[in-house]
Write a protein that binds this ligand. Sequence first.
Ligand SMILES: [Zn+2]
Length: 397
Amino acid sequence: MSLWAITHVMTVRLYQRDPYLFEFESRVEEKDGDWIRLDGTAFYPGGGGQARDKGRIHGLDVSDVEERDGHIWHLVPGNKFVVGGMLWCSVDWESRYDVMRGHTAEHMLFGALQRIEPLLTLMKIDIAKELKRLTLTGPLTWDIVEEAERNVNSAISDNLEVQRFEMDREEAEESGVRAKLERIHGDTVDVVEIGDFDSAACGGIHVMETGEIGALLVERMTSAGNGSYHLDFLIGDEAVSKALQLSHMTIRTADHLGCAVDNVLRTVSNKKKDLEEASKALRSLSRHVLSDIDPVESNGIKVHAAIVPGIARKELIERADEIRNEGGIAVLISITDRADFVITASETTGLDCRVIVESCIKPVGGSGGGRRDFVQGGFPDVSRADSVLACILDALR
Ligand SMILES: [Zn+2]
């Protein structure tokens, strides 16, 4: 059989002849420790972003597959195989089929994205059962992603034929096949053509018809730094159930917000803007309230002491620092469902603020600490605020 006649040249790649072959018999050509080389294999050694195959050889787990000088080697720990022996091999089909479908989907997604935005470039591909990811640079927005996703799903429904053929390098250069020719050695290029939708150079494994992918959903876009993005996608049943889950989450979010589903994004944006404005107004109001506190003189030192309602600690600290820098003492207590305090004292006053925590805060079950000129903390019982303030003013006298 001619298939076996050429094995001395390089391992016969059964996965290229038949991507759907997952059980096969093969002969051991060479051994290197636990590594074995077969005369032909359906195990894909990984490459072009597609993960290597998992599986079993003669009942033992294949823990790694790699290509060396045109040969494909399989790591089968603990094997007692002998050169010349015939072995029954099986590729983990569930994982392989998922990855094949993911790989074809990846070609379609990138092709669709680049048709919409020609400035996008593909930096890296990761196609495995656990994660399917494109890393892209260039201008990318959710509008572009959504349009590309719609186009891919429509091409999946059209059940386009996927063909693989060899092309002369020059012909590939002229025909506009998507390829990084500088990375391809030799005179011919393996081309994967997906109907009239996409055509790209690729040595990976693909399905025969786009309908096998089922569906595609881009589930995440995250920055990868330097103007790059990770685009993670799901296919098949995983894509469908994720899409359903996300739809229901949106419907429930709309209920929660009291808006129409189509308006969720706009409503959240508006609420976010409202919240930012409210926070800004609250900050300015807080600053106003704190600067309005009239100081009382105690031993010739200006003491700014007050109990104020619900002012954020950040604002308390800001104002207390100002008062200290002006040579005074600040005792600011803010009440919410608990009491927060900030006490500062200029060095010239000779006061060690930590003493006050010990004498007035700890006795009411509170806690706090800091430096000599600055302490902060809180106490749980807000009804004690008046007596705490009285205690502090007493201590200052
Ligand atoms: Zn590919």
